[in-house]
Design a binder for this molecule. Structure first.
Ligand SMILES: [Zn+2]
Length: 426
C-alpha cells in the first residue's frame, strides 16, 4: 500500500506540494455545476429551488421536456425562452474557472472535462482545445434535420428577439449543440475519455458524480494518480483510495486556498480580474427583457424569472390554441397541438432517468462507443434504438446548473391546477 502513496498529506498543503513537484505534469479536471453556481447560474436539479421543480407547475408535460429533443420538435418555445435567460454573455466566469485557466498558464492542464453548457471555461480563457464539453454547449448550433450549421450572430439575434431560428436550407428547427435527452454525446467527449488515464492528478469540482458516463471518468485514473474532490459533499468513490483528497466546501474557496499555498494567489486574482469585462451585447439584452434579469439578484430570483417567462409563453400558446379556427392568427398554434401526444408517450421514459447507477460505470464506459447494450436509457423509446453511441441520460443543463440555494416557494397559485400530473419533479 505504501508504495502507491504519493501524497505527503491528504490536504491542501500535501496537494500543493504534489502540484509543485515534477511528478505532476498532466492535470485532468472534471467540472460540474458547482463550478458555475457562484456565477449565478441556477440549479436545475434541487427539489425546491431547481428550475425543474418550478417548471412542474407549468403546462409542460414534464419539466425535463424543455430539454427533450422530441418535445422540442413539436414545441421549441419553452427551450428558447429559457435559452434567452441562460445564453452565454450574461454570466461572468468564477474564480474556479480562472483556476483552470491558471493551470493552463503553468502548462499543467491536460484536459478539462465539463458537464456545463455555459461556456464559462473558454470565456475565462481556458484554451478551447483543452476543454471537452461532455454535454455540448451554446457555442454553436445547427439544424436538427439536415444538421447544417447556423450562423452565430444570427443565432444571437434570434435568441434575443425570442424568435425560433429556422434552417436557411430546409426550414428545420435550429438548436444549440447542447445534448438533449435522447441525443448522442459528442464524439469529442467519447474520443477524449482515454485522456483520463494520462492524468498525474485528477481534480473533480462541483459535480454530484451521478450522471454517467461522465461520472465514470473518475474511476479511470491509475491508483497512483491522486484524485481531489472539491464539492459541498462527498460523492462517488472519492476518498476511498490512498491518494484521494476530499475538500468539502465551495469551489472558489478551495481553489483560493490552494493557490495561496502554491504562491499563485496574485496570478489567480489577475486572471479573474480579466473576466470582469462586460459583454458588448449584455445591455441590449437586458433592455429587451423588461429588466427582468436585473431583478434577478439571486439565483432563486432568476429561476422564478425564467419560470414565469416560460409560463407566459405557454399561456400565450394556450390562448392561441383556443382560437385555432383562425389559423393565420398565431404561429404558435401548430407548435402546441402535438404536445399531448408527446406527454403520454415520453413521460415514463424520463422518470426512469438512471441517476442511481454508480456500479455500472466501468462497463458502460469501456463499451460505450461500441456496444448497443450500454446506453444508459435503454427504455428511452424507439427513435434511438438503432444507434450505438452513448446517449445522454440527463439533459445537459441538469448537471450543469446545480446549486446550494435555499427554497423559495414561488410555485403554485393558479398555474398549479393546469400542471400535468406527470410533471412532478423526479
Ligand atoms: Zn436544415
Amino acid at each position: 500500500m505504501s508504495q502507491i502513496k504519493v501524497l505527503k498529506s491528504r490536504d491542501i498543503p500535501g496537494l500543493a506540494e504534489y502540484i509543485a513537484s515534477d511528478k505532476c505534469k498532466n492535470i485532468v479536471l472534471m467540472l460540474g455545476a458547482g463550478v458555475s453556481t457562484s456565477a449565478g447560474i441556477p440549479d436545475f436539479r434541487s427539489p425546491d429551488t431547481g428550475l425543474y421543480a418550478n417548471l412542474a407547475r407549468l403546462r409542460l408535460p414534464y419539466p425535463e421536456a424543455v430539454f427533450d429533443i422530441r418535445f422540442f420538435r413539436n414545441n421549441p418555445e419553452p427551450f428558447y425562452t429559457l435559452a434567452q435567460e441562460l445564453y452565454p454573455g450574461r454570466f461572468r466566469p468564477t474564480i474556479a474557472h480562472s483556476f483552470v485557466r491558471l493551470l493552463a498558464a503553468h502548462s499543467l492542464l491536460h484536459t478539462c472535462f465539463t458537464q456545463n453548457i455555459d461556456t464559462l471555461e473558454t470565456i475565462a480563457g481556458v484554451p478551447a482545445d483543452k476543454v471537452i464539453e461532455a454535454h455540448g454547449s451554446f457555442a454553436s448550433q445547427r439544424c436538427i434535420d439536415c444538421h447544417r450549421p447556423y450562423d452565430d450572430d444570427k443565432m444571437k439575434v434570434k435568441i434575443l428577439a425570442m424568435e425560433t431560428p429556422k434552417c436557411e436550407t430546409c426550414g428545420g428547427l435550429v438548436k444549440p449543440d447542447i445534448v438533449f435527452f435522447g441525443e448522442d454525446l459528442p464524439d469529442e467527449f467519447i474520443k477524449a475519455i482515454p485522456n483520463v488515464a494520462k492524468a498525474d492528478l485528477l481534480i473533480i469540482m462541483g459535480t454530484s458524480l451521478t450522471v454517467h458516463p461522465f461520472a465514470g471518468l473518475a474511476e479511470r485514473t491509475g491508483l497512483k494518480c491522486p484524485r481531489v474532490l472539491i464539492n459541498l459533499e462527498v460523492v462517488g468513490s472519492i476518498g476511498r483510495r490512498p491518494n484521494d483528497i476530499v475538500l468539502l466546501g465551495k469551489c472558489d474557496d478551495a481553489v483560493e486556498k490552494l493557490c495561496k499555498e502554491l504562491g499563485w494567489e496574485e496570478e489567480l486574482n489577475a486572471l479573474w480580474a480579466k473576466t470582469a469585462m462586460e459583454p458588448a451585447w449584455k445591455d441590449a439584452q437586458e433592455a429587451e427583457d423588461e429588466g427582468a434579469a436585473k431583478e434577478a439578484a439571486t439565483t432563486d430570483d432568476l429561476v422564478r424569472v425564467i419560470t414565469d417567462a416560460i409560463g407566459r409563453k405557454l399561456k400565450l400558446d394556450e390562448a392561441a390554441e383556443s382560437k385555432e379556427s383562425a389559423a393565420d392568427e398565431e404561429e404558435t398554434v401548430a407548435l402546441n397541438e402535438e404536445t399531448n401526444a408527446v406527454k403520454a408517450e415520453e413521460s415514463p421514459a424520463f422518470k426512469a432517468a438512471s441517476k442511481e447507477e454508480p456500479t455500472a460505470t466501468k462497463e458502460e464506459e469501456s463499451t460505450a462507443a461500441h456496444s448497443s447494450s450500454s446506453p444508459p436509457r435503454k427504455e428511452n423509446a424507439a427513435p434511438n434504438e438503432e444507434t450505438d453511441a452513448v446517449k445522454a441520460e440527463e439533459p445537459p443543463a441538469a448537471p450543469a446548473f446545480r446549486a446550494a440555494s435555499k427554497a423559495e416557494s414561488t410555485a403554485s397559485k393558479e398555474e398549479e391546477s393546469t400542471a400535468a400530473p406527470s410533471a412532478a419533479s423526479p
